[in-house]
Write a protein that binds this ligand. Structure first.
Ligand code: HEC
Length: 97
């Protein structure tokens, strides 16, 4: 059974926190403007053809034998999916600028 809190829409406050996490924590590898660094760029053109569930899975579980760590202790499935959607839309990169 999933947590009841997973079912509620994300609050604006939580979305702002997640945007901050992406900028600070993800940005340490993917770049503050997500143009890449130790990790690959996460701009819409880089994620074209990769579906949101695949990206959500990568965010939650990381990638074995790469530097990409799992985030499932910090992010819910819903939050990881929201981030994946924002990345594909380029919304995070705009906010980071
Ligand atoms: C310690 C460095 C590091 C951190 C921190 C990090 N990543 Fe990554 N990430 C990577 C690397 C390296 C890869 C490439 C893995 C590979 O070679 O497949 C990657 C891959 C990805 C991918 C897949 C990209 C693609 O084109 O398939 C996504 C999405 C992603 N990261 C999102 C995030 C998010 C969101 C966060 C923060 C919650 C984050 N990453 C934090 C290093 C990092």
């Amino acid at each position: 059974m999933s947590h009841a809190s997973d079912k509620k829409p994300l609050t604006d406050e939580r979305k702002a926190q997640l945007t901050h996490i992406v900028k600070q924590d993800c940005g340490s590898c993917h770049g503050m403007t997500l143009k890449g660094g130790l990790g690959p760029a996460l701009l819409p053109e880089n994620l074209e053809g990769k579906n949101e569930l695949f990206l959500q899975y990568t965010i939650l579980h990381g990638r074995t034998s790469t530097a990409m760590p799992p985030w499932k202790s910090l992010l819910t499935e819903q939050e990881a999916l929201w981030i994946a959607e924002q990345l594909k839309q380029g919304a995070m990169a705009e906010k980071a600028n």
